[in-house]
Design a protein. Structure first.
Length: 748
């Protein structure tokens, strides 16, 4: 619901209220963003500057409360008394926009520039502000669990205007906050980093041309006492995949100014008379129920209003991806052999990754070319995809259409299509980006990718992008508009193709890409212990249905860490499950275990992908109201571990539940010489007998089976003991380093 009453605007849903007041000077003041309140509460919630703070620049010399610097604002200009950071910069001039009108519109308002937008909005408030020669429209679209804001600047004068900065939103929140950002790099995405927001500005930005693995555009502001289940937490994100900027800073008056938008660094664009510039949409979210409540509000917004309509709440296939198993070394025979094995494990989609085209036998050549490598694939993609279909699997294909290797046919013909500057080229992974601001480049990509997609039975695309850009400011923004145009033209007419975007893993995990691709390859790091951090970081802002999560080989390629197959599965379950390893060398015990993993995941797929997510003391839980699945994850073991309690959230205290743990297969090989303690025979720990036994036999793991009340489960039930060096029996959890369990809690 959006309403206006005596200059107060109230945007309200069951999850939040957002109040704006137009003051006596036509300045929109920010009144409230938080728990639902009444429109009539505005006076009590507004700032009360009284006689002011002194030394301020006043809009009205007779009114000491008219100092913009001390008010909570919805927008701010420059040179008019507000000396905090301004969300707008017009070159060489101050700005002083005053309220001129409003409209309340049904649904959301479409943008003209082609940036992706959330869909299914309830209502939109359009506030219009004006100054001589310019009009500023602030849009607020209400969604059940989030508010989406954006800004449009129009040159209403008769001379060109130079715009250097236009944020998607700016707001002054009363109170003191900490800021959580999600930082990292390649194979180390989404590490949560908290800093207090004080008088010095805290900035979260990317300048790589992508939303980046360094600083995800999503961030949180939270009160110091906020915890997982309690406290006030705000979440912000941008529906944009390029250079972004967000800043937070607290004023002397205790107002925290927050803003987010396209990164203004090097940004400058000319607005001719009559022209507009539109900022991307930004998402503002609130919860009074801690980080968990905030995450669930964000998840529900993303699942319901960002993911393309066709894929909304649609189960995602269990896939097999050829990359880590084959890299560039494959031919049709090898792929079909892998596909047969993947099928027998239960996989539903076979994805052929990099290496199927041009001279792409390594990463130094071929990007930009689309001719299928007939040496590797004599029957082409049509033949390969048909055979995979005949095996009963869907077929998916990798592309990296935004890039070009200098060693490619495309580059030899069109060196001018690459993104360059006045300096000699600098390569990233031996490649350049194509200049997507050029229509002929976009046409080339659209035509070629479309042609390939229509030439074979392709139901999934992995869209990769593997280098940082050299484009600055306006050019970098133009690149993003070009990319969105390309994605819209290719996938708009083909909504049934499941698009998984990727950028060296999670270098472009953002709401802009998610408007086109329902899932994103979260990281090239598939080590489950690293994934706890990566997927755990993502979980604050993005739902499980968006997170590509694969089981790969151990020891792991990025960390050399050896982890149990069970843990690799248990972590990947909390996303869109896939397998990415050479299946040829799997042991019989591993084949059996993977089959069981895939069958288990399929049984509870909807709960894992779409269930309500919670971070818990011991790991994660997801729930659809009748089934809760709880993952318990351990790092390094300690000798003589103590008791461990499992606490499940969100149950009915008087209902009765059955708790079962997912059965585990304990490899006998890991016991080495210790086996003599559990087996009646003496076995050489380095001998062939143990090796053979390890291939074929496992010991049963400590299976839990309890019937217990919701009240007991919510207060915490005792788990079976962990291994303590006092022997083996089936009642304990015999796990070494990096062990884990999944518990299935079903209401009886
Ligand atoms: C990137 C991706 C990987 C894989 C390779 C192929 O690194 O993140 O998943 O597709 O490219 O070259």
């Amino acid at each position: 619901m959006i309403c206006e009453q005596d200059g107060i605007f109230h945007i309200g849903t069951e999850a939040y209220s957002y109040l704006i007041k137009i003051n006596a000077y036509g300045i929109p003041e920010h009144v409230h963003f938080g728990a639902p309140v009444k429109t009539g509460d505005a006076a009590a919630l507004s700032c009360r500057p009284g006689l002011g703070w002194g030394s301020g620049v006043l809009l009205n010399a007779q009114d000491s409360a008219s100092c913009l610097d001390t008010l909570a604002l919805e927008w701010s200009g420059s040179g008019r008394g507000d000396y905090r950071e301004s969300p707008l910069e017009l070159e060489g001039t101050s700005s002083d926009f005053r309220y001129s009108g409003f409209r309340i519109l049904k649904g959301s308002v479409a943008m003209a520039c082609g940036l992706p937008q959330a869909h299914g909005g309830l209502e939109t408030l359009e506030l219009t502000l004006e100054q001589p020669g310019a009009k500023l429209s602030l849009y607020y679209t209400a969604y059940p669990t989030a508010l989406v804001r954006r800004t449009v600047l129009e040159n209403t004068g008769d001379v060109p205007m130079r715009l250097n900065k236009l944020m998607s939103f700016c707001v002054d929140l009363p109170g003191a906050y900490h800021m959580a950002t999600f930082n990292g790099g390649w194979i180390a995405e989404m590490r949560r980093h908290d800093v207090p927001v004080g008088g010095s500005k805290v900035v979260n930005e990317s300048l790589t041309g992508a939303s980046s693995n360094r600083h995800n555009p999503g961030f949180l502001l939270f009160e110091a006492n906020a915890a997982e289940d309690a406290g006030r937490v705000y979440g912000f994100n941008l529906i944009y995949s390029g250079n972004h900027y967000a800043a937070a800073q607290q004023s002397l008056q205790g107002l925290t100014r927050v803003m987010q938008g396209v990164n203004p660094s090097n940004f400058s664009t000319e607005l001719a008379p009559g022209k507009i510039f539109e900022s991307p949409e930004a998402v503002l979210c609130f919860s009074g129920e801690g980080f968990g409540g905030l995450s669930r509000n964000m998840h529900s917004f993303v699942n319901g209003h960002i993911i393309p309509a066709y894929w909304q709440n649609r189960p995602r296939p269990v896939l097999y991806n050829s990359w880590e198993g084959c890299m560039f070394d494959f031919n049709q025979r090898r792929l079909l052999d892998l596909a047969r094995r993947a099928k027998s494990l239960g996989c539903e989609l076979f994805v052929l990754d990099d290496g199927w085209f041009g001279q792409r036998d390594h990463d130094k050549a071929g990007l930009g070319d689309y001719n299928v490598n007939k040496k590797k694939l004599p029957e082409g993609l049509e033949g390969l995809s048909r055979r995979i279909r005949d095996l009963g699997m869907e077929f998916g294909l990798w592309f990296e259409p935004e890039s070009v290797n200098p060693d490619s046919d495309l580059y030899r013909v069109h060196p001018d299509w690459a993104l360059t500057d006045s300096f000699p080229d600098v390569l990233g992974r031996y490649q350049l980006l194509l200049d997507l601001t050029k229509p002929e480049v976009r046409d080339y990509i659209v035509e070629n990718v479309s042609r390939i997609l229509d030439s074979a039975h392709i139901s999934y695309v992995k869209w990769d992008m593997n280098r940082h850009s050299i484009a600055l400011g306006e050019k970098a923004h133009g690149y993003m508009l070009g990319l969105y145009d390309v994605l819209r033209r290719i996938f708009g007419p083909r909504p049934g193709i499941l698009l998984e975007s990727c950028s060296s893993g999670g270098n472009r995990f953002d709401l802009g890409m998610l408007c086109f691709s329902p899932q994103v390859w979260a990281s090239d790091d598939t080590d489950p212990i690293e994934r706890l951090m990566i997927q755990g970081g993502l979980s604050y802002l993005y739902p499980q249905s968006t997170i590509g999560a694969h089981v790969s080989a151990a020891p792991h390629g990025q960390t050399l860490r050896a982890t149990p197959l069970s843990t690799r599965g248990n972590v990947a379950f909390f996303g869109c499950l896939g397998y990415e390893l050479d299946l040829k060398h799997l042991l019989p015990v591993e084949i059996k275990e993977i089959k069981a993993q895939v069958a288990f995941y399929k049984q509870y797929r909807e709960v894992f992908q779409y269930g309500r997510f919670r971070r818990t003391e011991l790991g994660w839980q997801v729930s659809d109201g009748s089934v809760t699945l709880a993952g318990v994850f351990h790092g390094l073991v300690h000798a003589a571990p103590g008791y461990e309690q499992l606490r499940i959230r969100g149950l009915k205290k008087d209902a009765v539940y059955r708790v079962v743990s997912l059965s585990q297969a304990i490899r006998v090989g890991q016991f080495g010489g210790l086996l003599k303690h559990v087996a009646p025979v003496s076995i050489d720990p380095n001998g062939p007998l143990l090796r053979i036994a390890d291939r074929h036999f496992t010991l049963p793991g400590g299976g839990e089976e309890l019937t217990v009340s919701g009240g007991a489960l919510m207060s915490g039930i005792m788990l079976r003991p962990l291994f303590r060096g006092t022997g083996y029996d089936q009642n304990q959890r015999t796990q070494g380093d990096f062990g884990s369990d999944v518990y299935i809690v079903e209401r009886l």
